[in-house]
Design a protein around this ligand. Sequence first.
Ligand SMILES: C[S@@+](CC[C@H](N)C(=O)[O-])C[C@H]1O[C@@H](n2cnc3c(N)ncnc32)[C@H](O)[C@@H]1O
Length: 277
Amino acid sequence: MDDKYFGIVISDREFETFRELIYQESGIRLRDNKKDLLRQRLNKRIRALGLKTFSEYYKLVDEDRSRKELTELIDAVSTNVTSFFREIKHFEFLTGKAIPETLKRKKEGPFELRVWSAACSTGEEPYSMLFTLLEHEEINSKWKIKLLATDISTKVLQRAMRGGYPATKMDSLPGDLLKRYFDLKDDEYILKPKFREMVNFRWFNLITARFPFKHKFDIIFCRNVMIYFDKHTREELVRKFTGAMAPGSYLCIGHSESLANTSHELKYVQPTIYQKP
Ligand SMILES: C[S@@+](CC[C@H](N)C(=O)[O-])C[C@H]1O[C@@H](n2cnc3c(N)ncnc32)[C@H](O)[C@@H]1O
């Protein structure tokens, strides 16, 4: 149904079907009050496709074997807010504890630091991790940095891979880091290619994917995404992370997230930081 003021309208039943699909495919649980948000965010897409109702759009998503439209749908509902050195405590923890410990633990080799930004959005998080590693005085040329950055949204991944950020959004980066890692072109800071190439960006769905990793991670950041998942989904995800972590490695989660009511095998270190025993 098309409404003169509100565009294409979504019924309660249609909202339910979308909500279930989004949950099954991404783990994101949309609350009742998100109906309007879903309607607003999808209106343009539905019109662009020449469709008239949410039900027609659902059918199209459901029948699209390439799953391209499903990705568009999840892109439309996910929140991608992020920034450089967001939640600075985690980066201080890397510098002061996680990195020195990992170097000690691996002193006989392999001389690789395996790090994962598991919901990397537009790249500020993995690049902040990269700068923290490169700036660390104990990391010398003997060490290889293996930095994986993944997200379910292809749009944010494209932006992350380009590595361009408006000058107005760089307040959290000290001037010397800006100079070392970026080129300023017009009003945009663009990551220098040799640093951009140090991060391996991949599309990855934390919910539906099996974790196919041959080597264990030393540090995982999974921040500000579990907040959208319910307890069961969170537990399953933490179980998969635990399986992918090396003994002694760390998992950092977002500031408003906690594993307090979630059953898991990790050791609590300090708020939002956990260690694999
Ligand atoms: C709010 S951003 C957090 C970015 C960054 N971790 C931070 O804390 O600044 C949440 C990100 O999680 C991604 N996301 C949501 N569901 C996901 C899933 N099932 N698998 C992988 N990424 C997901 C979204 O696309 C979005 O980029």
